[in-house]
Ligand binder design. Structure first.
Ligand SMILES: [Zn+2]
Length: 448
């Protein structure tokens, strides 16, 4: 095999800080890194003569998307229950989860189903939060997707059949087992401030700090959550986390819908990152995150899909489009969240949240070769005056043709190369009767 691979005849969207695009571009990769990227006419000839050459057919070549908040295993419960108030909805979902998720193999099946969906849709990195995270790491190593996950913390017995007394030890073990793999990110992932008390939260924060990992938690998602923390600790969610030492440049807070100015200042001052999940916030009626206020303060805003029970699909193209539209309506400002800003949320900003902007998030020399090829020959892409506007306002996950992570091809002509999609789907469907039977114990809680 040749040392170099050259992609020619590509419309390159680099997603670098300056949003550079190259109309007739080429990119050379060597091993897992980008060796050269630029206009076709400047392509270095010494590499060309010895390289494997791939004609991109005029497709858009851009960085893979980075999803900073997902629960891949929840794909097993997609569409199970809808249109209920949050608390009632959660009770039903948790009942279904409790039926099957004690089984580590079933958890792995769920994350594989999620990975299949993410990779097909052009996502090359995902921060995932789910039971049996060791299984998620193993599945990611096999599938080739770049994963950030870590030990779950929960003050009650979890869906995995594990209790709170083991969480700290289990989380530490993940650093031992997977911390050396420089294609992965290990952190700690307490569920939320209302499900994890101060002592266990401090444990999770300290472990992440000691081991140089990230710390990620659901924060300030709903008004009910803020009221609970106010009643329990006479403070707000973000202030509570701040007092525990949980805000830092290694922290990724999912949601941050209900936050006041002082809390935003605290987040900005500490370099805390936000994972914005617009579809989940819309569907669960959580509200509108104050994204413009975050941007004004220089807070790094990234994008997530949340799980498939709160958004039904894990579509980062939809997340981008919603991020670039709902805040315009919410603030009555058509300039709120531009296309370029939304695209950065799903690429370079995600890399920053992972502490990996030096090697992920854009197509630049020396960075890892995490990239995708996108068709833009359809009716919804013709004409295309500006590729960045197209990517955010009209491209869809169905346009994704090829996906590479660290130079390894994982999707070729829309076919997954590392996951057996038909086998995964068959097994997921086979679980349906068992899940439905578990819910029938209390049919009032289910509304199809
Ligand atoms: Zn979530």
């Amino acid at each position: 095999m040749s040392e170099f691979t050259i992609f020619e005849n590509a419309l390159i969207v680099t997603c670098d800080e300056s949003h550079k695009t190259i109309e007739n571009g080429a990119m050379i990769i060597r091993g897992r890194e980008i060796f050269w990227v630029g206009p076709a006419e400047e392509l270095p000839q010494e590499q060309r003569s010895a390289a494997k050459i791939i004609d991109a057919g005029g497709k858009i070549l851009m960085p893979g998307l980075i999803n900073t908040h997902a629960h891949c295993g929840d794909t097993l419960f997609r569409g199970l229950v809808e249109d209920l108030p949050l608390e009632q909805w959660l009770q039903t979902i948790w009942k279904a989860e409790a039926e099957v998720l004690g089984d580590a193999e079933i958890c792995r099946l769920g994350v594989e189903l999620g990975f299949a969906e993410l990779l097909s849709g052009g996502v090359t990195s995902v921060m995932d939060n789910f039971w049996h995270p060791d299984q998620t790491f193993l599945a990611a190593q096999d599938a080739g997707i770049r994963l950030a996950t870590g030990g779950i913390f929960f003050d009650f017995d979890g869906m995995d059949g594990n209790g709170p007394e083991n969480r700290q030890k289990d989380a530490a073990e993940l650093f031992d087992r997977f911390g050396e793999n420089d294609e992965m990110f290990v952190g700690t992932m307490p569920h939320g401030t209302y499900t994890v008390g101060p002592e266990n939260l401090r444990g999770a924060i300290n472990l992440a700090n000691e081991r140089g990992g990230f710390f990620s938690i659901h924060a300030a998602e709903t008004k009910v959550e803020q009221a609970t923390i106010q009643e329990r600790y006479q403070t707000s969610v973000i202030r509570h986390l701040s007092a525990l030492g949980g805000l830092s440049q290694n922290t990724v807070l999912a949601h941050c819908v209900h936050v006041d100015d002082e809390e935003l200042d605290l987040m900005a001052k500490t370099g805390t990152h936000v994972a914005h999940n617009p579809l989940s916030n819309l569907k669960l009626a959580s509200g509108f995150a104050p994204i413009m206020e975050m941007q004004k303060r220089g807070i790094n805003v990234t994008l997530g899909t949340d799980g498939a029970v709160s958004g039904n699909d894990m579509d980062m193209w939809l997340a981008m489009r919603l991020a670039a539209t709902i805040h315009k309506a919410a603030t009555e400002n058509p300039s709120a969240v531009t296309a370029g800003e939304a695209l950065h949320m799903a690429t370079l900003n995600g890399a920053k949240a992972l502490g990996a902007e030096s090697y992920l998030g854009s197509l630049e020399v020396g960075k890892r070769a995490d990239f995708i090829l996108l068709n833009h020959s359809g009716a919804h892409a013709s004409p295309m005056f500006n590729p960045i506007n197209h990517l955010v306002y009209s491209a869809t996950k169905g346009d994704v043709n090829d996906v590479f992570v660290s130079g390894r091809q994982l999707v070729k002509d829309k076919q997954l190369l590392t996951l057996d999609l038909s086998d995964i789907c068959t097994k997921a469907r086979a679980l349906q009767p068992r899940i439905m039977a578990a819910l029938k114990e209390n049919p009032k809680e289910v509304r199809a």
